[in-house]
Write a protein that binds this ligand. Structure first.
Ligand code: AMP
Ligand code: MG
Length: 403
């Protein structure tokens, strides 16, 4: 059987998924949002020459290597409007961030003068003495030295971090053009599934996938919409998928019910009201992955086994959410690690749970069955063994994702 490669499956999904719409959003709520437009500076930063120290603004030409006393003619606090011009042998006491008086071209820090009173509320002295040459520009932050009006300071498709928000605030941008946050429906399927707070009875298990997937979705920057569990009946699956479609979510994620079991209705229901683009990928865990659309909304049918659901999310859904969110989907960063022991693979592209230590040595966390969630909990990496590879000896290098 010729299974679709992981790469081709990823490409098909990315081709079909479209970035969500955009909006203007208040700055204080825009962290982690993705910029929908390039941001250009409307003004120079800083927008006026100012002092980087508490000290005395002066004219550098008045100073020399020997002792000089200047008359203090002004006192400039941060936030003050510019004062009168400094003439020959005049200085102004100045605070950090205060505008440089016209005529001044440098600032000497208060610590380098004879003025020793430095507490809050201390009035400016009538004169100040210094004993060194001060160069023009010393301790002055000149207008435009950080950035110039017209410069592109943040590019479209960038996810906003704390420092970016700070810069946008400096530029006076109160409302930021950002993409909407994609809403991702999660629905589980299976007669065996019961809610986490219901007591286990014979044959039942707690639905764990919807919890883990919701966190993966949030972590990818999207909003999970948890729709609960569909029983293994055609009508139940259809009604839950219809709920998702009625809510106009941006992506529908199901888990389980896409294998070859007698009660696996998900594919059939999707085909009845949409299309199945592919089913089954050459990977382990996660072979029975389905992709298509349901009533025009992209649909990814994840396998039910918890490790398969987690790994296929990372391989296929995270990049899709990145594109939905407005980000440029980029291949995830890989690290090269060295195997502590020989490993075997079955020839499919495999994602093996492992612990990588500080020296970059990787050891599998135990049984690699796709239902063994604990071995994923113990892992801090997934080793990626390419398709066609059946084994790797101890000490060989393989690529890994840190998780
Ligand atoms: P299926 O694809 O329906 O054959 O399910 C494959 C395996 O995953 C079965 O052992 C299911 O019990 C298990 N499974 C399915 N859905 C979930 C879920 N939401 N949480 C935990 N395990 C699940
Ligand atoms: Mg099932």
């Amino acid at each position: 059987m010729n299974l679709l490669s992981v790469r081709e499956a990823q490409e098909r999904i990315l081709q079909k998924v479209q970035t969500v719409g955009q909006t203007k959003f208040p700055l204080e709520h825009a962290t982690r949002r993705v910029l929908a437009k390039d941001i250009r500076a409307a003004a120079d930063l800083p927008s006026f020459d100012n002092s980087s120290m508490d000290g005395f603004a002066l004219r550098s030409q008045d100073t020399s290597a020997s002792r000089v006393t200047l008359r203090v003619v002004a006192d400039v606090a941060a936030g003050a409007a510019p004062t009168r011009s400094l003439g020959p042998h005049e200085a102004a006491r100045i605070m950090t961030g205060a505008p440089l008086p016209p005529g001044a071209d440098a600032v000497i820090p208060v610590e380098e003068t004879d003025f020793t009173e430095r507490g809050a509320g201390v009035p400016a002295p009538a004169q100040v003495t210094l004993t060194r040459k001060v160069d023009a520009g010393e301790n002055v932050r000149t207008r435009g030295s950080d950035l110039r009006a017209g410069e592109t300071v943040l590019a479209k498709r960038h996810r906003l971090r704390a420092q970016d928000l700070g810069l946008l605030a400096m530029l006076g941008i109160a409302n930021v053009p950002v993409y909407n946050i994609p809403r991702i429906a999660i629905l589980s399927s299976g007669d065996e599934l019961i809610p986490v707070d219901a007591p286990l009875t014979e044959g039942k298990i707690h639905d764990s996938n919807s919890y883990a997937l919701a966190v993966q979705i949030q972590d990818a920057g999207a909003e999970p919409v948890r729709l609960g569990v569909a029983r293994d009946e055609r009508a139940a699956v259809e009604s839950l998928l219809d709920r998702a479609a009625d809510m106009a979510v941006d992506l529908i994620l199901t888990s389980a019910g896409v294998s070859v079991g007698a009660f696996d209705f998900v594919k059939e229901v999707v085909e009845s009201k949409g299309n199945l683009n592919f089913w089954r990928v050459n990977m382990r865990p996660g072979k029975p992955l389905a992709f298509g659309d349901y009533r025009g909304i992209p649909f990814v049918g994840l396998p039910g086994n918890p490790v398969s659901a987690f790994v296929t999310f990372e391989v296929f859904v995270r990049p899709a959410i990145e594109k939905l969110s407005g980000l440029e989907p980029r291949p995830r960063q890989r690290t090269t690690v060295r195997l502590a022991e020989a490993i075997e693979s079955d020839g499919r592209e495999s994602y093996l749970r492992a612990v990588v230590n500080e020296e970059g040595i990787a050891r599998l966390t135990g049984h690699q069955g796709s239902g063994n969630l604990f071995s994923l909990v113990q892992a801090n990496a997934l080793l990626i063994i390419p398709a066609g590879v059946k084994s790797r000896p101890a000490s060989s290098e393989v690529e890994a994702w840190l998780i």
